[in-house]
Design a protein around this ligand. Structure first.
Ligand code: C5P
Length: 263
């Protein structure tokens, strides 16, 4: 201690310092840094049936969500992974819930609460057809005109969970914004509109090759600022996000703040 002061110092243990420096420079989550943290992840597309053979969907390989799930589990989190019909294999997780439609995903998310952190990486279809046909819709010559599909909006899972006013609201809600134009402006508006805490924005225009590809270029938006990450492997994007969550958790623990109540 400096200037003639004496007594117990406040320096952290050297191992903790080494870990913090490593995390700072590599953005790799420390094993065990999320021990006991309950995290929900949604991933993949949803399929909204039109008839028994056709469906509406967004493009999504589920790779970024699976990478996030794997990084969370590796860091010690208790992961509930809710996935639509994705191409990427699911990550190791404490609980894996497979769904098809947005409404099923919504119900699985609600059933998984309370959790400490919820990450909505799924590319949920915004609409579904009002009336699903029980049999395959026929085309000409059996039908005289192309069918008219009436669409209705699906529940916005991220917005609903972000705006919960009960103890069931996760302490940290993270959304994604996959955009093709004015990426950051749209993402800023989305952060406000949905009222999540953090938002990961990425440009998914076809020329970026991000959609379905192995890499991603993300910007993390929070109420306190924006951080653009370089173009990285989806695993490295996941590692950065998990390291950020570990930092967030350490800060909250330091301040004595609690998470959502135990189940
Ligand atoms: O509005 P948009 O679909 O662009 O918002 C993207 C974010 O909202 C993603 O985090 C996605 O998982 C979530 N979302 C949702 N439920 C919907 C639509 C989007 O949870 N019905």
């Amino acid at each position: 201690m400096a200037c003639g002061e004496f007594g117990f110092g406040r320096m952290a243990e050297p191992e903790q310092l080494v870990q913090a420096v490593e995390t700072y420079f590599t953005n790799v989550p420390v094993a065990g840094s999320l021990d006991g943290l309950r995290v929900l992840v949604t991933s993949g597309p949803t399929h909204e049936p039109i008839d028994p053979v056709r469906y509406l969907a967004n493009r999504s390989s589920g790779r970024q969500g699976a990478a996030i799930g794997a990084a969370l589990t590796a860091a010690g989190a208790e992961v509930t992974f809710v996935t639509g019909p994705a191409e990427a294999p699911p990550p190791p997780a404490q609980r894996l819930v497979s769904v098809q439609t947005a409404r099923e995903m919504h119900d699985a998310v609600v059933a998984a609460l309370p959790v400490d952190v919820a990450i909505f990486a799924a590319a949920v279809a915004d609409w579904r057809v009002l009336t699903e046909m029980g049999g395959k819709i026929k085309k000409a010559p059996d039908m005289t005109a192309a069918p008219q599909l009436e669409l209705v909006e699906n529940p916005d899972i991220l917005a609903e969970i972000s705006q919960l006013e009960t103890d069931a609201r996760p302490s940290l809600v993270i959304g994604f914004a996959a955009e093709t134009d004015n990426v950051l402006d749209n993402a800023r508006a989305k952060l406000q509109r949905k009222r999540c805490d953090w938002l990961i924005a990425n440009d998914v225009s076809p020329e970026t090759g991000i959609m379905g590809g192995k890499e991603n270029q993300a910007t993390l938006l929070t109420s306190s600022g924006e951080e653009s990450w370089p173009r990285l492997d989806k695993d490295a994007v996941a590692a950065r996000l998990v390291a950020k969550i570990a930092e967030w958790r350490a800060l909250r623990t330091e301040k004595g703040e609690t998470y959502a109540p135990p189940r």
